[in-house]
Design a protein around this ligand. Structure first.
Ligand SMILES: N[C@@H](CCC(=O)N[C@@H](CS)C(=O)NCC(=O)O)C(=O)O
Length: 213
């Protein structure tokens, strides 16, 4: 059995999807309907009782959750796109993964959300921006030394996760006006074959307007 990635188009599962392609690993995609919490074989909550994507199912049936952990699992098993364990760079990558997961990813999820995982009202959008912008501005300052990627001049496992966030800025119509380096990072990511293929395969993300509103 091949590794399987449970995903929803444009969601955080896009980060491991991109990384799987960067690492040229064999995998199968399992599409999840997050509004209904279903997948092709029924109730998605049976797959992940935490009720979210991503899930990476390994060849032996073990299911891994938590985006940052899945990214680290994939990269460390390939010994690629990750620094050597316990090196200074390794701990810096851990810092970024944790920062992206807790300071950025989670702050995109508005308390106003009703059955959706991105904000979809003006009030909700403003609240999310208030939390997310200073954190993005911190990331922006990291790029001030002219680096191409978040860890320096080498692409690594943290970049697909950051790209999920910059992609959400586009999707939610937030402005890159004070984030020119992040905008350039976002454009560089979009040129990578892994990202082009990921968009092609995932297709259109769900509508941001919630029908229950
Ligand atoms: N702690 C999880 C959060 C994952 C998460 O928020 N996934 C979102 C998509 S980006 C989701 O599936 N939301 C569905 C829901 O909460 O109903 C992680 O780091 O992977």
């Amino acid at each position: 059995m091949m590794m399987q990635l449970f995903y929803a188009a444009g969601a955080s599962s896009m980060a491991p999807h991109i990384l799987l392609r960067e690492l040229k690993l064999d995998f199968e995609l399992r599409h999840v309907n997050l509004d209904q919490k279903t997948w092709s074989k029924g109730d998605y909550n049976d797959v992940n009782p935490k009720s979210y994507v991503p899930v990476l199912e390994l060849n032996d049936g073990t299911r891994l959750t938590e985006c940052a952990v899945i990214l680290e699992y994939l990269a460390s098993h390939e010994h690629r796109l990750i620094a050597d364990y316990d090196s200074k760079q390794y701990w810096q990558q851990r810092q970024w993964l944790n920062y992206l997961a807790t300071e950025l990813h989670k702050n995109f999820i508005s308390p106003f959300r009703t059955g959706n995982w991105l904000p979809n009202t003006a009030e909700s959008k403003a609240l999310v921006w208030q939390r997310v912008l200073p954190r993005l501005q911190f990331v922006e300052t990291t790029f001030e030394d002219g680096r191409q990627w978040l860890m320096g001049n080498d692409f690594s496992l943290v970049d697909p996760y950051l790209f999920v966030m910059t992609n959400w800025l586009h999707r939610l119509n937030y402005s890159f006006e004070t984030l020119p380096r992040l905008k350039a990072f976002d454009s560089r990511m979009r040129e990578r074959a892994s990202v082009i293929d990921t968009f092609k395969v995932e297709g259109k993300p769900h509508a941001l307007t919630d029908s229950t509103n």
